[in-house]
Design a protein around this ligand. Sequence first.
Ligand code: SF4
Ligand code: SF4
Length: 432
Amino acid sequence: MTTLRLVLGDQLNPCHSWFAAPDPDVLHVMMEIREETDYVLHHAQKIIAIFAAMREFARALRSAGHRVHYLAIDGAGNQQSLCANLDALLAQHRVARFEYQAPDEWRLDRRLADYAAGLPIPARMVDSEHFLGARGEAVIATKVNIPPAQRESLSAVELKAAFIRTFEGSLRRLRTDHVEILHIHDISRVEDLGKPGFVEALAELKEQKKARFVGFSTHTNMAACLDAAAASGFFDVVLVAYNYAMQDDAALRRSLEAAAAKGIGLVAMKTQCMQSWYKEGLSADEQTFYEGGIVQTAVLKWALRNDFIACAVPGFTSFRELEEDAAVARDLEYSEAERGFLADRKIKLAMAHCVQCGACRPTCPAGVDTPTLIRAHMYLRYPNVFQAREALAGLAPGKGLDGCVSCAACAARCRGRVDIAKRVGQLKLHFA
Ligand code: SF4
Ligand code: SF4
């Protein structure tokens, strides 16, 4: 009586209870298939790294005495389809029971649930056992993005329905029936805060206890949006861009303090100021001096040491930066090196970080929404191509890169040190 256990490429966890002891009645199946490599565009190196890790994991399981059936990408009998391969293996090994670990990805979760439901043998999904805590210990926040252009085209009833539908999809993908924090994504106009449809959707979801706290994210016109949120008394939380490059913005600071005083929880984002840009305009010597983790920790501590900031969602693009972010949670005291970095006037001036002030808009002769282009570029540099594309797609015709196509030389100018022409040029290379 064989039990077939499917191990997905992101479930290579030797500590899972499945692998505690070998069982001759259990066959572990792993497969490299085109269906998974090709469903979206992946970097070839990523695919190769995942396959290498899978092969090494299979080797380790076999060494420990487990039975493993491994289908290599070019292996005989590989039909390059998850379900077709499983069908063949279930028949080949006369499998009496099918088990799989909960996939992290909604797409695979649905696929395997449907597959399991259609099997003539018992099937079950088990915990992947790779989360550090239980659901009750986690604070989950999600955002619903109805792009500004779409907001305008929908009636209040349609906007509410679209918001709730998108949120329900988020709940399904997160496999939960509620979140702690629900944001409207990307509020830059005060009138959108009271927009019929948004408010009703948030109030209803809060009433149904599907969202404990409601709020919005804001990148542009932040002071005015914060003031309006504080005056409304409706919003519990605001996800706000705030970092070291904004320390001279007295109006924003006043609005942040006022919102916090009204009980609004302020979550700082964009805290790391895309640290690679601070180097623009610095000599090679100075760039070398500031290599390493000091920038990551110094700017994050700076954001968190403001009393009105409740917490932060700092970015990271490597494991090293992740560890540096985590280290800040243990100790907010500056080191001498961090103090020196933050005090360095040249570094401050050289931080070519876009604070989304909007001052560049009038300098573009075509009327393009330049701050949103710069924000899309920031996503591109994360790198998060999907989010960059989404930010651009939310722009009305003529306000995005389509307005830049016929522009031979970018005339838009930043009031600070953001090289708009360079960044718009890079966006055009990717998306235009
Ligand atoms: S590019 Fe410069 S002027 Fe334009 S929004 Fe950003 S900081 Fe302001
Ligand atoms: S290239 Fe620059 S100046 Fe030309 S439309 Fe785009 S943002 Fe405006």
